[in-house]
Design a binder for this molecule. Structure first.
Ligand code: PLP
Length: 379
């Protein structure tokens, strides 16, 4: 079946007990057993919950994986994925990865003996140079936040395989509708479901999806999910399931709106530079066309001065100023003082994040209204 059909139906068969067309929220901690060792597959809801099961089956299908596991947040999912490694293991990670990921790696996991090297994974030679004999994982985010830099996933998978590493890809920005890392050779896909998968800005969640043929890894992750216990609750699982049903139509509209907004920004005299993989001016536009089936809803752009940034943000009426992304409503953020504030000015400069840079998560409102609001705020 096609992607939209799978999104609506996989894991979401009518409830066997009642026929309810929508998967119920099984808000329960435990399941009554008929006798010693006799139960319906559910014992205690940290281990398994039918609502979370439905979401996990759904996400596994959308990414084309052997299985999926849902977590309390994107960060909990990343933490679980990294928990399959041991003291002394080395990880090469995309230099511009999500700030929370860098914080987890540098301030928490290094204390447990994992070691990290950051490289521009868009340049495979640089990633390869960072590899060591004890490297176990290549961790790639593409496109990156906020500058929309791309890494070639097939090339990264070839490198990982040739050196005996796992490849994990944070696919939050594209969602499986536009990018399928497992089909390009990745072993693990990670999501913050908080963003496009939920899509309605009303829940925090995360997921790990494991490639077919890596059932050993899936079992280890399932063990970690139960052992460490950072599961997604039934209500939040239900909200993501609800969101995923419209993922295909939402992503098409995010993409269409973002193309229009990016083109409009590119021709605006107040805008110094636009970063969007769908623009032919993007340095990896050809790669974007090859490995993604759309360009998504995220755009970064630079104004000519920090003063202009403050003035513009103060005048927005429809678009909201806020962190996060991937919801139906348009959100504008200022990376230097919001998502990347924990970095030093030097670290931000090294990543190319100036204080004149803005990021926009283009929503699915009428695009004339989005552009109209940006226009009145900029002029
Ligand atoms: C938001 C985000 C995360 C973290 O997810 P949470 O749900 O906020 O914990 C990880 N990676 C990317 C790319 C994100 O945008």
């Amino acid at each position: 079946m096609g992607f939209a059909t799978d999104a609506i139906h996989i894991g979401q068969e009518p409830d066997p007990a009642t026929g309810a067309i929508v998967t119920p929220i099984y808000q329960t901690s435990t399941f009554v057993q008929e006798g010693l060792g006799r139960h319906k597959g559910y014992e205690y809801a940290r281990s398994r919950n039918p609502t979370r099961d439905a979401l996990e089956r759904n996400l596994a299908a959308l990414e084309g994986g052997a299985g999926a596991l849902a977590f309390a947040s994107g960060m909990a999912a990343i933490n679980a994925a990294l928990s399959v490694f041991s003291r002394g293991d080395h990880v090469v990670c995309t230099r511009g990865a999500y700030g929370g990921t860098l914080r987890l790696f540098n301030s928490v996991l290094t204390r447990f003996g994992l070691e990290f090297t950051y490289a521009d994974t868009g340049c495979l030679a640089e990633a390869e140079k960072a590899l060591r004999p004890d490297s176990r994982l290549l961790y790639v985010e593409t496109p990156t936040n906020p500058l929309m830099a791309l890494s070639d996933l097939r090339a990264a998978a070839d490198l990982a395989r040739s050196r005996g590493l796992l490849l994990a890809v944070d696919n939050t920005f594209m969602s499986p509708y536009f990018q399928r890392p497992l089909a390009l050779g990745a072993d693990i896909v990670i999501h913050s479901t908080t963003k496009y998968l939920n899509g309605h800005s009303d829940g925090i969640g995360g997921a790990v999806v494991v490639a077919a043929g890596r059932e050993d890894l899936l079992r280890r992750l399932k063990f970690i999910q139960n052992a460490a216990g950072a599961i997604l609750g039934p209500m939040d699982s239900w909200l993501v399931l609800r969101g995923v049903k419209t993922l295909a139509v939402r992503m098409r509209q995010h993409n269409q709106n973002a193309m229009a907004v990016a083109a409009w920004l590119s021709s605006n005299a107040h805008v110094a530079r636009v970063y969007y993989p769908g623009l032919p001016s993007h340095p990896r536009h050809e790669l974007a066309r090859r490995q993604m089936s759309g360009f998504g809803g995220m755009i970064a752009f630079e104004l000519h001065s920090f003063e202009a940034v403050g003035a513009m943000l103060g005048r927005l009426r429809l678009c909201s100023l806020g962190e996060s992304l991937g919801g139906v409503e348009t959100l504008v953020s200022h990376p230097a003082t919001m998502s990347h504030v924990s970095l030093t000015p030097e670290e931000r400069a090294a990543l190319g994040i100036s204080d004149r840079l803005l990021r926009i998560s283009v929503g699915i409102e009428d695009v004339e209204d989005i552009i109209g609001d940006l226009d009145q705020a900029l002029s």
